[in-house]
Design a protein. Structure first.
Length: 186
């Protein structure tokens, strides 16, 4: 008796068994992609290129494109944002300084949205958006330059606010410019 038949006997619902089987298979392949960061992001860049090429060539689905872009911007901001409120940590440091306890504690940067979840959510959203462009009912006629300008303004304002927050609380969420140490073993 295999795993699927055992579950079928206990639950009595084939749909649940097949759903669990494919969910486990999906999770297995997802786990296999975890160490391949460059290939994952390269694949996402390729998917996004195909999606935006479809939008440009078809001259439609601008609302779907705008929605995906806003979602990706939101994901990117969550990726750049620390998990814990920096102002509370700064208040704790100020209290330690006032009390005379000046022990410098290393606090690593922990993201609100981890890199893998950022990639997974972005890939899912891109695939869903590509699927949505198959339906003409979702091709709402809009004047796309307004959506583009609104997105650019929104992106500029939110990134400016995020950069100010990074400067105020002195953290760098990306590995760009950080010191890299090499192993002394040759």
């Amino acid at each position: 008796m295999n795993f699927g038949e055992e579950q079928l006997g206990s639950t009595g619902n084939k749909a649940v068994v097949y759903f669990n089987k494919y969910r486990n298979l999906y999770q297995y392949y997802l786990d296999q992609t975890t160490p391949h960061v460059r290939y994952r992001w390269g694949g996402l860049a390729g998917l996004l290129s195909l999606f935006y090429l479809r939008i440009v060539l078809s001259r439609g689905w601008y609302v779907v494109c705008y929605s995906l872009s806003i979602y990706l911007l939101n994901q990117f901001l969550a990726f750049l944002t620390p998990k814990f409120d920096m102002s509370l940590q700064q208040d704790e440091q100020n209290n330690e300084l006032e009390s005379g306890d000046m022990a410098e504690e290393f606090r690593p940067f922990i993201r609100r949205l981890p890199e893998f979840k950022f990639w997974e959510n972005s890939t899912r959203a891109t695939i869903l958006s590509m699927f949505l462009t198959c339906f003409t009912i979702l091709d709402v006629p809009v004047f796309w330059p307004i959506l583009l300008m609104y997105f650019i303004v929104l992106c500029g304002l939110t990134m400016r606010r995020q950069i100010k927050h990074m400067i105020k609380y002195k953290y760098v969420p990306l590995d760009i410019g950080k010191k890299k140490y090499k192993s002394s073993h040759n």
